[in-house]
Design a protein. Sequence first.
Lengths: 426, 73
Amino acid sequence: MTAMPTQETTEMSNALRPIARNDMGLDPVVSQGPALLAGIAQGPGLVAHRGRLGPAPTPSADELVEMARAVDLRGRGGAGFPFAIKLAAAARRRAVVVVNASEGEPASRKDAALMTCSPHVVLDGAAAVAHALGTREVHVVVPSELPSMRRIVEKALSERAEAGERLKVKLHEAAPRFVAGQAQAVLQLLAGRENLPVTAWQPEAVSGHRGRPTLLSNAETFAHLGHLARMGPQGYGAHGTAAEPGTTLLTLRGDGWDPEVREVAYGTPLADVLTAAEMTQPLLLGGYHGTWLRPAQMQGLTVSRTAIAEAGATLGAGVMLPLAEGWCPLVRTAALVDYLAGQSAGRCGPCINGLPAMAEAVRALVHRGGSAARVEELCGLVVRRGACAHPDGTARLVASMLARFPEEVDSHALGDCRGGRDEVFA
Amino acid sequence: MSEHLLRVDWPACKGHGVCAEILPEVVSLDEWGFPIMHEPVKGDVLDMARRAVKACPTLALRLTEPPPRHAGP
């Protein structure tokens, strides 16, 4: 017999459950941007793309590594790994190129926006990398819940084949779950196995797809590389700052009712990205695996990896989730941890056991009677103890809630939620 | 004498706990029975670590050199 849900859990699941992208079908508003999203008004076709930018250049691997190093190009999947190091490691015989557009983070929409509005910007980058690595084998991974993206990429690939590009591109559809876009899970998918993370004994640049050196990167990363190959480091640096040249894609309110994808130069003030009202609310930066910022920390902050790191957060894959006015960040976090626990692939012991325990401990903390010490203990028990970073990301979110809102945690312990009152976050 | 790391293949590990019995110097168990590695393996524990690797019922342990730096996330 199934237990009846309590009043509390019913409310939780109806009102506070985070809304995953495939549940709602709201397309984000995509604004024209300075570099990657500069040509979206002309549509996704190859003729307009080449008419605007001319043919794509084909630099050597050494040249490409040098350019990526010159502008300190970082991976845009969330980890921010230096691309030049990855490319240099993969630049050996029989390498494979993998474009990951599967975007497991539910509040991130930027890769979908990029792939559907400007697929050739991404594919130019993939073609440049394939040429530099001396391979023709390219895999593109799209999310199965967005069939329109697959159609647009297929059309784009046939346009390129007709124009004479000789790449062997294979499309794959990632499963609709949080961990499906993780690198090792993608390699499993490519090998025809279940799309779930496995233990990586070596980085995929050394031993990836079928044991071959594999350059697996996020779709936006390839787009930046294509742009860099075309413009050179100096042209690429026309936007951004001297320390952080170039632009980055952001998803604003990606799981809300008015999602938006925007390309901004590094160094852009956060106040130019968020509304004045949003600047007075806590911000979840970097998505469901991200970190909270208080409004006081957001004043004067710019979209910059280093500035955000100094504030104790990470930009991740560029997801920004401002807390709606009147909401409590603890209640919101508890709902997210519930969701994340349910997104475990159910394979690694510490994740299977630790995430539901963490969800329960956070819920207890938020609804009275829980202990922050227990939550901290559980965070310590899941970090670096799984095949993928899903438990680590969940622990990061929870740890940032404890670090940013200690007064709120204390008042919840006494049964009082002060969420939404301005003085709490000042 | 180089240090080795005892690494767990987490999807393979089913929490039998044999490693913690053979190698309590390095391995303890969490509240659900899954191993926690406390330190790198070196010196005279190395032989016992090799035995733990062989004894794991699900072959979920590996003794590795420290991972190469700077090859990717």
